[in-house]
Design a binder for this molecule. Structure first.
Ligand code: SF4
Length: 350
């Protein structure tokens, strides 16, 4: 390695590479397992606290192997204790490499339950949904698997995790290899079970089918947003021309292959896709399928020309779905004070 090259971070090393590095630094191979357990399962972010390691090894690791690759560029804490981290990964050729990770604690402060972590998979996003701040500037690059794992480690360092949603910046199925590798590490070494992790995608049919064949250890959510083909072409422009029935057929195949139901997500935009008619047409498409619906009222932003739906419209939408036999849940965003919706923290920092 040339002296100009930065040392690989611990999370970027494969377990065998870490064992080799540990031996080079005077430790024993099993110390590598101890270190990974400390970092991944316990959220320990400094070697000095790993008291089961020899002091000399702790000092050598501190000097030679950084645990994390990125730096925390910003942190905001909302009144409800939701923490939004802005993480800057290595700047490549001056490119913006900022992503967001959000740690959402249980609603009750005295709850023993862990938090939900929302992670990003790309720097920027190529899908360009017009209501989303993350898509405004397009895609800069994919995140590496270790950069995705690092978000979990930083989240675990804030507090124990009970669930995770891959719903931050980026389209996970367009960075599938890295997402799969990262979630396998989180599943195996951070003990987040397959039913506790949800990957949210816009639902490219071939990519949904490919992911289903890869033994995925997570739940799938497909962002549908509307039952109408023309409107979906506007709301998810990079999928323009893909009929909604093709997306639903891929969701059916996912269910057949994995045995896990798909959740369909609808970001409700005031006066755009939140009418009772939209709910009836969505119900007609989903009635015969094993699926549930998550309704996410839009989180307004000064940069985005859409509005929050009224609580009455949200309730009418939900009850219309239920009257037609489709189970639906409303998810109002957390952490609205002082911070903002997906992508907005990153845009503000540029
Ligand atoms: S909503 Fe998701 S898919 Fe659409 S632009 Fe934003 S991050 Fe990308």
């Amino acid at each position: 390695m040339s002296s100009a090259e930065p040392a690989k971070s611990l999370l970027a090393l494969e377990p065998e590479e870490l064992a080799e590095r540990v031996v080079q630094l005077g430790g024993r191979p099993f110390h590598a397992r101890v270190i990974r357990r400390e970092v991944l399962a316990r959220g320990t972010l400094d070697y000095g606290s790993m008291t089961s390691l020899p002091v000399g090894l702790r000092e050598a690791l501190t000097a030679e192997v950084p645990i994390l690759a990125g730096v925390e560029a910003d942190r905001t804490v909302a009144r409800d204790r939701t923490v939004k981290l802005l993480i800057e990964f290595t700047r490549e050729a001056g490119q913006d490499a900022l992503v967001e990770t959000v740690h959402i604690p249980p609603r009750k402060p005295d709850s023993k339950k862990g938090a939900t972590l929302c992670v990003s998979t790309q720097v920027g996003c190529p899908v360009a949904c017009p209501f989303c701040a993350s898509g405004l500037a397009g895609l800069t690059r994919n995140l590496a698997a270790h950069e995705i794992v690092e978000q979990y480690v930083r989240g675990r360092a804030i507090g124990p995790l009970a669930r995770s949603v891959v719903m931050g910046i980026g389209e996970p199925l367009l960075n599938w290899e890295s997402v799969k590798r990262a979630l396998d590490v989180v599943h195996d070494e951070m003990q987040l079970g397959a039913r506790k992790m949800t990957v949210s995608t816009v639902g490219f049919p071939d990519r949904v089918r490919r992911a289903a064949r890869d033994r995925p250890r997570f739940q799938l959510a497909i962002s549908l947003h509307t039952p109408d083909d023309d409107q979906r072409d506007e709301l998810v422009p990079s999928m323009a021309g893909t009929p909604i029935e093709d997306i639903l057929a891929a969701g059916d195949d996912w269910f057949r292959e994995t045995g896990r139901e798909v959740t369909y997500e609808v970001v409700l935009l005031g006066g755009v896709n939140d009418s009772a008619g939209h709910a009836q047409r969505l119900a007609a498409r989903l009635r015969s399928r094993r699926a549930t619906v998550n309704l996410i009222p839009f989180n307004p932003s000064p940069d985005i020309p859409y509005h929050r739906p009224t609580p009455a419209a949200v309730e009418t939408y939900r009850s219309t779905l239920e009257e037609h036999g489709v189970v639906a849940t409303v998810r109002w965003s957390r952490g609205l004070d002082g911070t903002a919706a997906c992508g907005q923290l990153r845009i503000r920092a540029r």
